[in-house]
Design a protein. Structure first.
Length: 283
């Protein structure tokens, strides 16, 4: 993108300890839950690490190349409250979660000569809103949502096909460079500044990508910042994606645990095993 130069941006200084931002609390646009934007300071151009939980998963045999994720297997591969610890509670309406802060039309003028990048940034917003970052599953799929206070974490798993997953992961990897910072206009006509920051995950699946998206705007006249962690991974021809965050930031530890434990459960299912309901065996 060809824009005026500005300091390299980062998240809160707690990054040095491996935590990106404070615990998240999602909202569907209600002003009563709004808080001020998390402060941002300068950082090195290195990726921001998603902190690994203090456990090393037991390695399972690689899944058979011909094994396909079934409906029952997809449900068994979903993470549980025990996998992400803290005070997360299963939600019953996760499939209907939508956040109006993610609805917006990207300002193509921000991209000058890189018009194709504008299309990728629009796709990012649309995919976050519709929970379709890995596209649509071609086979079995399942999802589960969790809440902790006002925070929301959505975990999805499905059979997407290896080629499609690799393409989706490559696309996610490209977004911090393609999108970086841009402007979108909300349905109410308000301007929103969107920032996309690359992040790293501990080794989870056969391949994985992570990033954090921040959308700054106003809700009922109050300044708000929606922060969403994204962690996507592939195991064989199956994939999983975690989205976690809200108006107060994103609990990075929970994102990392969800991805790490989810990858292990998916490996077990594809290897013909029954995932343990208690992740303590990985401590």
């Amino acid at each position: 993108m060809n824009r005026p130069s500005r300091p390299v941006r980062v998240l809160a200084s707690a990054l040095a300890a491996g935590t990106l931002l404070t615990t998240a609390a999602c909202s569907d646009g209600g002003a009563s839950d709004a808080v001020s934007a998390s402060p941002m300071v300068e950082q090195s151009p290195d990726r921001s690490p998603i902190k690994s939980p203090d456990r090393t998963p037991t390695k399972s045999p690689s899944p058979s190349a011909t094994r396909t994720l079934t409906g029952a297997g997809a449900k068994a591969a979903l993470i549980t409250e025990a996998d992400i610890e803290d005070n997360w509670t299963k939600a019953n309406n996760a499939a209907s979660w939508r956040n109006q802060m993610l609805v917006g039309k990207v300002d193509v003028a921000d991209f000058l000569d890189a018009k194709t990048n504008a299309a990728d940034c629009q796709k990012l917003l649309d995919s976050l809103y519709s929970d379709s970052l890995l596209g649509r599953a071609t086979g079995a799929s399942a999802l589960k949502g969790f809440t902790a206070g006002d925070a929301r974490l959505l975990y999805q798993v499905g059979d997407y096909g290896r080629a499609s997953l690799d393409k989706s992961l490559a696309w996610i990897k490209s977004l911090p460079q393609k999108c970086d910072q841009f402007t979108a206009t909300g349905s109410d006509g308000g301007k929103r500044t969107v920032q996309v920051v690359g992040a790293s995950l501990p080794k989870t699946g056969d391949a994985q990508q992570a990033l954090t998206v921040m959308v700054q705007g106003t809700t009922d006249g109050n300044p708000t910042t929606l922060t969403v962690d994204v962690a996507a991974l592939r195991v064989g021809a199956s994939g999983a994606v975690v989205t976690n965050g809200g108006l107060s930031g994103a609990d990075h530890d929970s994102t990392a645990r969800a991805a790490q434990q989810g990858a292990q459960r998916l490996r077990d299912v594809l290897a013909g095993k029954t995932p343990s309901p208690d992740p303590s065996e990985f401590d």
